[in-house]
Design a protein around this ligand. Structure first.
Ligand SMILES: Cc1cc2nc3c(=O)[nH]c(=O)nc-3n(C[C@H](O)[C@H](O)[C@H](O)COP(=O)(O)OP(=O)(O)OC[C@H]3O[C@@H](n4cnc5c(N)ncnc54)[C@H](O)[C@@H]3O)c2cc1C
Ligand code: SF4
Length: 472
């Protein structure tokens, strides 16, 4: 256990952030790491309480509580408190293949169920995780690791997001010969072409891919399985196949005017933006510069669109959500250790507030129709707002760029012979088997759009199942 009364004597300290008006001038990460002494103090707040809900990783009331990777949080908190950074890293690496991604973009459900959060503020688990992994890279502890022996087994993994990469890493370390097929030009899935650079700098994704490549994993980009190579062909050439293709089918808004120019799925927009960021020669087909932007959808993808539009120099930005504003503190129906459903000012909203003087979120709004100009470009949106006492109000909003971020409808259909349910690939979360012998699935393709940590958990578990299958 850290400091005997650490959680009482020491206040939670979050990493400092660059001022929103400064950080919107660039696409780099904007959090400043806590000093080594500050991290030790923060780690000392962990009581090793004996009820470590922080590491249970389960769904309570449909929301994630605790770490789905079962990270050994109290153990590495203690090691960080003692300044034993190498040991802390070794502990972290036991359960988490890529802490450099989770410590940057995970919403930290571990903190939502930390016992110290009951009477006060939870331990800054995510910042401690980041300090450990960043130090490990700086010190050169994250090295190329070759498996001690190679088997003759060949495994194909379709999709290079966090699920595919985690499974590839574990299967490679077991000595198998792993090839990752990716339809895009770059690897990383949504780590590369979904989550903006401000949240995960793409240099970290590329650094990890390079390490995995050096460890023996073969990466084949620009290869669309189901189009360039059939799944059946792949299965013939490999001892097992794992489908980790994500859930990238955008949910549509089928209303009047949807065909107008200037209305796009959020992912198309975010991907174009990152492509341009990584290659300035690439001119994005969608750009928010000088535009009045409306984002439909109140979730995290919508927030990333807000932050991206601000950096591109939009004239204004508004985000529609169909739900109401969350309460400032947990309600009675949302007790610990459930994930707290409370109002927060995400990075994007802080930036909009600083730039335009208002939180861009509008609540209880439903879009009824898009209206266009004579050239077929979107000009305005017609909405209904739900007021108190079941009253509604209609309103028009000017816009010349609309981004639809209302979620995803499962997988894009490229494997007609693989069974699906509600447009997700059918398999349970115990054996991860599809209806075809030797073909497995994990991550968002199986569970629907989720979180990096869940994708990684599924990648790990599916890798174990495939290993078992290879020797059955
Ligand atoms: C905009 C956005 C922001 C997000 N932000 C966060 C966040 O901050 N924190 C968080 O925890 N989660 C976040 N998420 C969710 C998280 O990114 C996903 O849950 C996670 O990436 C899923 O991992 P995956 O490996 O299952 O699939 P993906 O990451 O979607 O990767 C699937 C890969 O498969 C490839 N592929 C698909 N079909 C084929 C095929 N037929 N052949 C070859 N390759 C194929 C795709 O090109 C893609 O690269 C975000 C999601 C979005 C959309
Ligand atoms: S991976 Fe996410 S849930 Fe797990 S310890 Fe890190 S921040 Fe918490």
């Amino acid at each position: 256990m850290g400091h005997l009364t650490g959680f009482i004597d020491i206040q939670r300290e979050n990493p400092a952030e660059q001022h929103p008006l400064e950080r919107i001038k660039h696409w780099q990460e904007y959090q400043k790491p806590l000093s080594e002494d500050a991290i030790k103090l923060q780690a000392s707040r962990c009581m090793d309480c004996g009820t470590p809900f922080c590491q249970i990783g389960s769904l309570i009331n449909s929301s994630t509580s605790g770490c789905p990777l079962y990270n050994l949080i109290p153990e590495w908190n203690e090691l960080a408190y003692q300044g034993k950074w190498l040991e802390a890293y070794q502990r972290l690496a036991k359960t988490n293949n890529f802490p450099e991604f989770t410590s940057r973009a995970c919403p930290a459900p571990c903190e939502g169920s930390c016992t110290a959060g009951l009477p006060g503020q939870p331990v800054t688990i995510k910042s401690i995780e980041k300090a450990i992994i960043d130090r490990a890279f700086q010190e050169g502890w994250v090295n190329v690791k070759q498996p001690s022996k190679r088997t003759t087994k060949k495994i194909a993994i379709i999709g290079s997001g966090p699920a595919g990469l985690t499974a590839a890493d574990d299967l490679n370390q077991l000595g198998h010969n792993v090839t990752v097929f990716e339809k895009d030009d770059r690897f990383g899935g949504l780590l590369m072409y979904g989550i903006p650079n401000m949240k995960i700098d793409k240099k970290y994704v590329e650094r990890r891919i390079e390490l995995l490549r050096k460890e023996g994993i073969v990466f084949k980009g620009n290869t669309h399985i189901g189009v360039d190579i059939s799944l059946e062909e792949l299965r013939k050439d490999y001892d097992a196949v794992l489908i980790c293709t994500g859930a990238d089918k955008p949910r549509e808004l089928d209303i009047t005017g949807r065909q107008l120019a200037g209305i796009h799925p959020a992912m198309e927009y975010l991907k174009e933006s990152t492509k341009h960021h990584l290659n300035k020669q690439y001119i994005p087909s969608i750009n928010a510069k000088d535009k009045k932007v409306i984002v439909i959808g109140g979730g995290d993808t919508g927030a990333d669109c807000v932050a991206t539009a601000i950096r591109q120099g939009c004239k204004s930005v508004v985000q529609f959500g169909k739900h109401g504003k969350l309460p400032p503190a947990r309600s009675k129906t949302n007790p610990w250790p459930e994930n707290p459903q409370v109002f927060t000012l995400d990075y994007a909203y802080e930036e909009a507030q600083s730039k335009f003087g208002m939180d861009p979120r509008q609540y209880f709004i439903q879009t009824k129709a898009f209206h266009g100009d004579k050239n077929g470009n979107v000009k305005s949106l017609e909405t209904t707002s739900f007021l108190v006492d079941d009253q509604t109000e209609s309103r028009f909003w000017e816009a010349d760029l609309v981004l639809i971020a209302i979620g995803f409808d499962g997988v894009t259909d490229t494997f007609p012979n693989i069974e699906k349910k509600q447009n997700k690939i059918s398999a349970n979360d115990v054996d991860f088997k599809t209806n075809h012998d030797g073909i497995y699935t994990a991550g968002d393709a199986r569970r629907g759009q989720s979180l990096i940590v869940w994708a990684m958990q599924e990648g790990k578990k599916a890798a174990q199942e495939i290993n078992r299958y290879l020797y059955s």
